[in-house]
Design a binder for this molecule. Structure first.
Ligand SMILES: [Zn+2]
Length: 249
């Protein structure tokens, strides 16, 4: 059996680009709580190493560290006693930690603009991340997301700084890295390994098998619980999932 890993960005009032509606998210989590076990990041590692197997395991991931993940997704995950992985952009968290703002729901493109002016309105700060760890395992999505909102740095700095900030501010020793926009080369993977990352997450669909650490495949969640039910069925089966990933990119 392969391990399905699903990917969210925002949970918002309505479905839109990289956003799942609160209503659909609630239904999806209700479905998962009845039929699947959500893995913590260390359990996922144990699976990848072949040390443990999980019947109907699934890994839930969130990218970027949006504030709506706390305000809207966290209570639902907690309600169903589920776990998820949150990949944060530590340079954005640094900025969001300078001034507090009330939460305002923004669609993705608007939220990206607000990162530069009122970061904590849309991005989680360190205090908030500290308090979310009963549900979320927090890992790296680089330091600046390879965007130039707060300056341009090398990939090596993106990877080193992110690791350092998570250690310094949250005492997290992360070895999990999610590539911004799913963009990376084989050289990038080698560099990340040298810096101390060993589980790397892509935006490619497909199956995840024991022993395959450095290009974790993920399924971008769309639509509702019925759609998710079908997708999870496909991507937990090695052969069906493998064929499906090739047929429908
Ligand atoms: Zn991202």
């Amino acid at each position: 059996m392969s391990m399905p890993v699903i990917m969210y960005h925002h949970v918002l009032k309505e479905d839109s680009f990289v956003a799942t509606s609160i209503d659909n998210f609630q239904k999806q989590m209700e479905f998962i709580s009845r039929h699947y076990k959500t893995l913590r990041s260390d359990e996922f590692c144990a699976y990848l190493k072949g040390e443990k197997s999980y019947n109907n395991g699934v890994v839930i991931t969130f990218d970027d560290g949006w504030r709506d993940n706390l305000e809207l997704a966290y209570p639902i995950l907690k309600q169903y006693n589920l776990r998820a992985i949150l990949f944060v952009v530590t340079g954005w968290v640094d900025e969001a930690s300078k001034h507090s703002y009330p939460f305002v729901m923004h669609k993705h493109n608007q939220a990206k603009q607000i990162i530069k002016t009122r970061p904590n309105e849309v991005i989680l700060n360190y205090t908030q991340l500290e308090n979310m760890q009963d549900v979320f395992d927090i890992h790296s999505h680089t330091h600046f997301h390879r965007d130039d909102y707060f300056g341009k740095i090398s990939l090596e700095e993106e990877l080193v700084l992110s690791k350092e900030r998570l250690k310094a501010k949250l005492n997290i020793n992360t070895t999990h890295l999610c590539w911004p926009r799913g963009v990376y080369t084989q050289d990038d993977i080698a560099l990340a390994k040298k810096i101390g990352y060993n589980v790397m997450y892509t935006t490619k669909r497909g199956i995840n098998k024991v022993g395959q650490f450095d290009q974790i495949k993920r399924l971008a969640v769309k639509k509702d619980d019925k759609w998710l039910k079908k997708q999870l069925f496909i991507f937990k089966h090695d052969i069906i999932g493998g064929i499906y990933a090739k047929l429908k990119p």
